[in-house]
Design a protein around this ligand. Sequence first.
Ligand code: NAD
Ligand code: MG
Length: 305
Amino acid sequence: MSNDIESTVAKHAAELASQPEGGFPAQEQAPPGLTSKMDPVPDHGEESYEGHGKLQGLRALITGGDSGIGRAVAIAFAREGADVAIAHLPEEQSDADDTLEFVRKEGVKGFSIPGDLQDTDTCARTVEQAVESLGGLDILVNNAAYHFTRGDAGGLEGLKQENVSRVLRLNIEAILWLTKAAVPHLGKGSSIINTSSIQSFEPSGRLLEYAATKAAVNNLTVNLAEELGPKGIRVNAVAPGPIWTPLQPATRDGEEMKKFGADTPLGRAGQPAELAPAYVFLASPRDASYVSGTIIGVTGGKAAW
Ligand code: NAD
Ligand code: MG
């Protein structure tokens, strides 16, 4: 085992030992949640991710790049030589600033674009700002998403108009508008990567509308790969299993954190750092030159098909 893997496994073993139920200490935050308030703070590969120039000179826009999986992807892309713009909600500016600090440390450009992507015009403006600041665009990572199941929310019984609209607008509509705005700037060798979920394959009732949006993300991924293939643009998705990010304590009951991820075959939640290599692979014009319309599961052992 490499030192990186050994240290990740050792860190998890220590966390699991301190949490006999297999998860994390009970905790809650208000949505969208901040990294600094999490216990423990997730691992985004700050100490471990090693770049090999796989994305040298490419320009990426990552939605939800301030925290969680998006932050790990931003750090990895920067270490692979890409300039990075991250989109996030205005109230997440402190998380965005921390991510950008890691990005800029690599000697690449890093920009932050605040805005609520539920709004169609904001999606278009976000892409335009990214193109302007980066001087073009090669990679779009549609990663921002939302769900809410705290208290009596969740399932058919708990459906609330406000939550359902937010989930549909952000998890599906925003991907359509961001992609539509980005495509005119993408060329041969470019790629789009959507963040799906294990929920698209193994839906849980509590996440009724969210799971449906993630199944739609898979469907969109295949359809867009078909449409954009002739332009030389590849479209793929990553389907994460349970990952320790602000989304979890910000949207579920605090007590649920104690067992979060314990029901996977690997017996634990994943860390954002463990997702980044899948995004780097899919973004790499060399490594993934013939990979399009596919969904890579990073699920801790649950079937992602
Ligand atoms: P996260 O909270 O760190 O990231 C989600 C991001 O979405 C936020 O940082 C925020 O910037 C963005 N966002 C939320 N509402 C927004 C809005 N209205 N406008 C603009 N941006 C908004 O959590 P994460 O777990 O890293 O989530 C990233 C992706 O991973 C999501 O697509 C999520 O569905 C997916 N996912 C997560 C898990 C998990 O267990 N954490 C599992 C499967 C899939
Ligand atoms: Mg965030």
